[in-house]
Design a protein around this ligand. Structure first.
Ligand code: AMP
Ligand code: ZN
Length: 135
């Protein structure tokens, strides 16, 4: 997409710090890192989110995440990771081109885990929610 900043990164119109790439995806350092080595992995086709991504790219994406983690392990030797993506406005997505955040974690870095993102489960029990899937 012509006005997408991550599509511009893919074609080289905007500079970036690439640390790994293959035919299907690009991994580059986040310009506003939350941890040392905070990396974004993006498919090399425009898709706002995973649901819009061609399955051929979707099935390759996790392999690229793995290869990128191997690279980060080699160079930065973190103690752990948080990996995930923001989907949609409610999920906090700012850039409308799917990007998987890889956040290397270090012992005693002061951060929290994914459970800290939200804690608002609503009034229905898990069983009631499960029943919605059975209708
Ligand atoms: P979000 O859409 O909320 O998942 O976050 C977008 C992420 O993209 C943020 O972490 C930004 O720091 C990052 N970002 C935005 N523009 C660039 C860029 N030109 N190069 C690298 N990272 C970027
Ligand atoms: Zn794009």
């Amino acid at each position: 997409m012509s006005d997408c900043i991550f599509c511009k990164i893919i074609v080289g119109e905007i500079p970036n710090y690439t640390i790994y790439e293959d035919d299907f995806a690009l991994a580059f350092l986040d310009i506003t890192p939350r941890t040392k080595g905070h990396t974004l992995v993006i498919p090399k086709v425009h898709a706002e989110n995973l649901l819009e991504l061609d399955e051929k790219y979707a099935e390759k994406l996790l392999v690229t995440v793995k290869k990128t983690q191997e690279k980060l392990n080699d160079v930065l030797k973190p103690d752990g990771y948080n990996v995930g993506w923001n989907h949609g406005k409610a999920g906090g997505q700012l850039v409308p081109h799917l990007h998987i955040h890889i956040m290397p974690r270090y012992n005693n870095d002061g951060g929290a885990n994914m459970h800290a993102i939200v804690n608002n489960p609503g009034d229905e029990s898990v069983e009631e929610v499960y029943k919605l899937f059975k209708k």
